[in-house]
Design a protein around this ligand. Structure first.
Ligand code: 4NP
Length: 154
């Protein structure tokens, strides 16, 4: 596994947070992986992450302010080894969008951390602060599990 794309709906809350948290954890573990994030929707193309996501990420220790939203494109299915969807709707959209011959493997991001007990990262956009905090907690656990897998060569 050399490249990973994190995918949510708007690309302003969950998937940019995933990129920021995974990048931070991978760097700390001394691992090199190309990462990016994208959304299945087009409403927020070109926009920075939601200010609430940015604030919680900063509080956690990472600055995600440099990311800009983009939409998943056909090329992503050839360019990335793995696509990690935040929820089942994203997963279904990705399977639907996958062009013939796509090489990327598509999974839910929380399939990395079955011990967490939740298979979807809930969309925090219309909810309160607890939702944003939970997004970081879930993705932190998923990143830890990925690093452990890479460490043991899985
Ligand atoms: P995300 O959250 O998919 O985690 O980026 C959302 C952000 C915006 C919208 C939906 C989800 N929206 O409908 O505008």
């Amino acid at each position: 596994m050399k490249s990973v794309l994190f995918v949510c709906l708007g690309n302003i809350c969950r998937s940019p947070t995933a990129k920021a948290v995974f990048d931070y954890k991978l760097a700390r573990a001394g691992m090199v992986l190309e990462t990016d994030s994208a959304g299945t929707g087009d409403w927020h193309i070109g926009k920075p992450p939601d200010p609430r996501s940015q604030a919680f990420a900063l509080d956690w220790g990472v600055d995600m302010g440099g990311q800009r939203a983009r939409q998943v494109c056909r090329e992503d299915f050839h360019r990335f080894d793995r696509l990690f969807a935040m929820d089942r709707a994203n997963l279904e959209d990705l399977h639907r969008l996958a062009p013939p011959g796509a090489r990327a493997r598509i999974d839910l991001v929380m399939s990395l951390a079955p011990d967490y007990g939740l298979d979807e990262v809930p969309d925090p956009y219309y909810g309160g602060e607890a939702g944003f905090r939970r997004v970081i907690d879930m993705l932190e656990t998923a990143a830890d599990r990925l690093i452990a897998q890479l460490d043991t060569g899985v």
